[in-house]
Design a protein around this ligand. Structure first.
Ligand code: FES
Length: 574
């Protein structure tokens, strides 16, 4: 098979001419024949003025290039889509699959023997790993790293668990307009990803346990010199992989690796979004990902990392306590230590090398966990025949068993219009229900599952209520919140049958979420649903929105496009 510049020649019907032409053009950049004869390491550039989380990407790229060249190969940087959470309309999840396709096709289209993908803000690492799994070229992943923490009035704070907490305090009248503006300038004090255990941190940890990045890559703060040394080492390793032809993603992304990822997700108090992304990555391989396995692991694996929103600390503290290798060491036999990594070492060998940090209390031993059980549970019931997720480690314990009256909002717009209405008929014991916010319904499954506490209840000191939806929630959020109800209401899922005043029973110990109406009433409401659902009748006329609406899968298949899955016959791909 051809390597380097000879790979994937543009089709002119004459291979010799194709190479001649390619070299003629690339020489316009000043490259020598010696440089062009080297193995090529592609490097994705996801820097964007719209993506402050990726603000250190130019410096990471320089370090990667240095590493690649020190190892005798040729780095070639190319741009791909970049997505930031706060700058993506209607929601970043709508664009994740577009970024995955862009990344995959540009890796396939351009000559390279290995690839370094640099990402971090929530959807970017999943998109890049989905692409890498499909292309199956030797891949090194570099997360951009977490922000450092901010401070306000002697309190340590950060994006964006504290964004939500302090905004709620502002809504409740506890923080005035002037102070909330000061807080606004202190929540994100550096480039890098949110420094709590949100989706970005969760996916960086998952990337490391999947063996796709170098040890400590998940936790080194974005501005630290160590991050750039890691980038240099990643470039060097990618150059070696370009020469060796491996390891490839398919050699690393095994069933054992995905199980290890589920163990880590539970033990870090990971973001619920991580489940969707891990499912999407696994569905790009023949192995898939089973929600029931995640739940079963959750009953055996404790939460060991003391990070917000489940705990008290931030990513830099996790890093200084020993990072992922130390967590793997504490997890011990809960992890399959034989799983391979890009380093050539197994996970077990990496855990054995973990730094011992005297007195640290961020990474707990198994006999002194933050929570005895894993962070996430999978629920089923007449409201969620194909499953729903709750992050119990970030919930109010007394609400994990709760029956309450439904207060239904038909859409995000309906909720925004009515949630703070002083005349809204709602009490703290009610269950807030949000419809039409799933993959097709919104579309793009926005992070709307964290319904705000109605202002009038917030002012009475209510901090949490049971809230249920087919939406997602930011990994930085907290509360007793049931998410990803599948199938979603917009495609006829039973969540759409709930009416205000119905009783809903949440039983996390029993793993159930049920609408308390009898079967006859259930069927009567189902029969009254329109034959052609609004989401089908109002299909976008053109473009990516149409492709998305027609082919996006439900949450239990990872919300990837149905035609991108490795196993397209999978029942859950519907
Ligand atoms: Fe980029 Fe949180 S907004 S990681």
């Amino acid at each position: 098979m051809a390597n380097g510049l000879r790979k994937g020649l543009t089709s002119y019907g004459d291979a010799g001419f194709s190479l001649f032409l390619r070299k003629a053009f690339i020489k316009a950049m000043g490259y020598s024949d010696d440089a062009l004869d080297r193995p090529i390491v592609g490097v994705t550039n996801t820097y964007s003025d719209y993506n402050p989380c990726h603000g250190n990407v130019p410096q990471i790229i320089e370090a990667v290039k240095r590493g690649v060249m020190l190892a005798g190969a040729m780095p070639m940087v190319f741009p791909t889509i970049s997505i930031h959470e706060s700058f993506a309309h209607p929601t970043s999840m709508f664009l994740r699959n577009l970024m995955a396709m862009d990344t995959e096709e540009m890796i396939r289209a351009q000559p390279m023997d290995a690839i370094v993908v640099i990402g971090g803000c929530d959807k970017t690492l999943p998109a890049q790993i989905m692409a890498a799994a499909s292309v199956d070229l030797p891949t090194v992943v570099i997360p951009v790293g977490p922000m450092v923490v901010g401070h306000h009035k002697g309190e340590v704070l950060g994006a964006c668990t504290d964004c939500r907490r302090l905004w709620s305090a502002h809504r409740a009248g506890e923080i005035d307009a002037e102070e909330i503006e000061i807080v606004n300038s202190r929540l994100a004090p550096s480039v890098g990803t949110c420094m709590v255990m949100g989706t970005a941190s969760t996916m960086a940890c998952i990337t490391e346990v999947l063996g796709l990045s170098l040890p400590m890559s998940a936790t080194i703060p974005a501005p630290h010199a160590e991050r750039f040394r890691l980038a240099e080492a990643s470039g060097r390793r990618a150059a070696e992989m370009a020469v060796n032809g491996g390891p490839t993603p398919s050699e690393l992304l095994t069933p054992a690796a995905f199980r290890n990822a589920a163990v880590v997700m539970q033990s870090i108090g990971g973001s619920t979004n991580g489940i969707i992304h891990l499912t999407a990555i696994a569905n790009r391989t023949p192995h898939g990902f089973d929600l029931d396995v995640l739940d079963e692991i959750g009953s055996k694996v404790p939460v060991l990392i003391d990070l917000k929103p489940s705990g008290a600390h931030y990513m830099e503290h996790f890093h200084h306590a020993g990072g992922m290798p130390k967590l793997l060491a504490e997890l011990g036999d809960l992890i399959d230590g034989d799983a391979q990594t890009i380093t050539g070492k197994t996970l077990g060998e990496i855990a054995a090398d973990a730094e011992i940090v005297p007195g640290q209390d961020v990474i707990r031993p198994r006999d002194n966990p933050i929570k005895a059980e894993g962070s996430m549970a999978v629920l089923y019931g007449n409201l969620a025949p194909r499953g729903a997720i709750i992050k119990r480690s970030a919930a109010t314990p007394r609400l994990l068993q709760h029956t309450g009256r439904a207060v239904v909002f038909q859409s995000v717009e309906d909720m925004a219009a009515r949630i703070d209405d002083p005349d809204l008929d709602v009490t703290a014991d009610d269950v807030l229900v949000l419809l039409n916010t799933g993959p097709k319904g919104a579309p793009g499954m926005p992070e709307a599952g964290y319904l705000p506490i109605p202002k009038k209840l917030g002012r009475q000191g209510v901090k949490d209520m049971v809230r249920i939806s087919d939406a997602r929630m930011s990994g930085t959020a907290f509360g007793t919140i049931v998410l990803h109800i599948t199938p979603e209401s917009a495609v006829g899922g039973p969540l759409g049958l709930v009416q205000s005043g119905d009783m809903i029973c949440l039983d996390v110990a029993g793993r159930s979420i049920n609408l308390m109406i009898d079967d006859a009433e259930f069927e009567r409401r189902r029969a009254a649903q329109p034959v052609v659902l609004p989401v089908e009748a109002n299909l976008p006329a053109r473009g990516y929105a149409r492709l998305f609406q027609q082919t996006v899968t439900q949450a239990d298949a990872g919300c990837d496009f149905d035609f991108m899955l490795a196993n397209r016959d999978s029942a859950s791909a519907k």
